[in-house]
Design a protein around this ligand. Sequence first.
Ligand code: SF4
Ligand code: SF4
Length: 361
Amino acid sequence: MAKRVAVVVSQGQSHHPAKRQLEEEIVASLLGESSVDVTVIPHLYDLKPDGSAILCLQGIAQELIVLSWMFPRATRWILGRYGVLGQEGASLLDQPSDDAEDEEAEIPEPSAELQDALPRVIESIEIPKRKIYCLNLANAKEPSVFVDEIRRIVTEAQVQPLQPIDWLQGKPKPEQVKRMLDPAPGNVEHQGSGNGSVTDPQHDPANVIEETTERRWYPVIDMSRCTNCMECIDFCLFGVYGIDQADTILVEQPDNCRKGCPACSRVCPENAILFPQHKTPAIAGSGDATEAIKIDLSKLFGSPDVDAVEMAVRERDEQLLIAGRETVGDAVGIASRSASHAAGDADDLDRLIDQLDALDL
Ligand code: SF4
Ligand code: SF4
């Protein structure tokens, strides 16, 4: 029997009607498919660590597709934080357009020597063979784009191809979907710890995880970049970071993080710290190469912008003041970073000049 693929839809934080409609239409279409198990959860980032949604995610062992309103890197490492791991599945939705591809081809990748200079934490983690695909719901407005991509992934995962249903046929009626995403008493079968499923005899049921959530704000570490250098734990004065039994960095007290503060993401030398809800794409997890080169160019030509470490120090001081504590400026937690930063400037410039040479401007 063909494997089934788990599809998890993480709902938007804002309950924006357009967002909710996209989620509903995707789920409605998937209910007619035979090779997927659909689960709807509240916003992934806001979930309680011991809540039923996380337990559900931890119980999924097969190929997993997660749709959320976040960059895939953020989704992947929020899941990773809860031990929901797998090989990284590539989505066509994240591929640049042909035009963009041409432009990106002009930007040289960092040399392998630079990338491999330090071991990454991911190398010490045992990653299961199953794949996890993270799709950003902000990538398209049409539900069919996501449904088609899910079908492609299911085929790629070498499971029984999905039934070729017409996009507009076989969908549950809108009111059925409405009941499914906003389950009222009587429409949901309760299953122990708050899980529900819709009992529509025409279609496979979708699990709807009911969980009350509040908006959270905490750093997420991308372990494929993190080198365990401990700069973040030295810098943060709010007790957010800790180390595990293997002396590996972890976000131990996430809810100690100061709402809106992204300071430590600016001091991490590997850009491994994400704040998925931050307005700046590079901090929210875009992983955009053009963003990186912009930073390098500002170093060469003298940007009026404040240096990243300086900005982080200011942001940390602001939070200390709000918390009724003394400011510390750059006297605490950035010594090693500053030293390497200063020494690194020359290296960065050399690297940038090599990059510009390669561009043959
Ligand atoms: S500063 Fe960045 S690379 Fe260093 S331990 Fe923290 S997250 Fe990892
Ligand atoms: S953002 Fe600020 S408060 Fe939050 S972990 Fe980083 S330094 Fe600490």
